[in-house]
Design a protein around this ligand. Sequence first.
Ligand code: COA
Length: 331
Amino acid sequence: MSGAQRRSVILGTGSELPAKVVTNGDLEKMVDTSDEWITVRTGIKERRVLEEGKGNADMAYHAAKRALDDAGIKAKDLDAIIMATCTADYLMPSSACVLEDMLEARKAFSFDVNAACSGFLNALSVADSFIRTGQIGNALVVGSDALSRLLNWQDRTTCILFGDGAGAVVLGASENGHGGILSTKLRTDGSYAKTLYVPAGGSLKPARLETVRNNEHTITMNGKEVFKVAVRSMEEISRQALEEAGVKIEQVSLVIPHQANRRIIVALADRLGISMDKVVVNVEKYGNTSAASVPVALDEARRQGRIHKGDIVLLNAFGAGFAWGAAVVQF
Ligand code: COA
């Protein structure tokens, strides 16, 4: 028995963004839209797109390598790889298995978690539980998605929003009871399943010539509904995670929210009563990178020196499902 004080600590972070940049100007040539419309409604200026012939695990690999280097841990010593994604390389096996092989992390068990844009919070929470119960001593947690593969590039209501990327953290165990992951909270409401979804390609509607012709393998969304529920839900779950951690909002040094839309982030900060200088925003560069968005923003914030020892950071995310979550972490 490891004792009640055993906690998970973030030992390292890493991220990877594909080199190909698609600007709002590029999208103006593809659909009836404008840089001004996209900027005002979303804050997004450009996004990255994974090159053809590469899969999700290729991005995840580079993010993972950087996180492992940062943590000073070798892949062969990993106990677990938990990868949040809704755009795995294959329908089976999991992308975590593909990544395990690329990293030669032979000791690790690996699996994917699919909670769409909220997936990284779910994966973090699962890994945290394994560590706190003493089942494992460390874990690589990755959020990696290539939503460009699920976009209808003729649909201006969705193709402007998303981009590709990967972020990773390495978790270790601490027995001293100070810092680390103080709380995680997860929620879902499946009654919204069809508010944001990809209709075909699963067991209900497998890939057929007809489904491809009908563009049913691409994202279908009611953006207004997503917007409304996202702000309310992320506020609520953030407050629950803070309460469970015994942390007041004034003690939070930095909020790292899911990067879906600048307006959602500003509305959330306003409802939480936290000023925007304490909120990480990089949506203008990458768009919504789904499960990658929180770990990419976390990695950038760390590398920019925005997180210091002892700082308390609030992470939160929201996405298809609807699924949402929050975590409070002390560095
Ligand atoms: N360029 C120009 N016009 C566009 C457009 C685009 N890319 N996309 C939609 N429009 C048009 C609409 O057709 C509509 O025209 P109409 O009034 O003639 O019917 C008008 O702009 C307003 O559309 P609407 O959907 O009401 O805009 P909105 O203010 O709700 O903004 C989103 C749309 C998608 C930016 C916004 O709803 C949003 O960000 N939602 C959250 C989506 C999200 O984050 N999803 C992922 C969550 S993980």
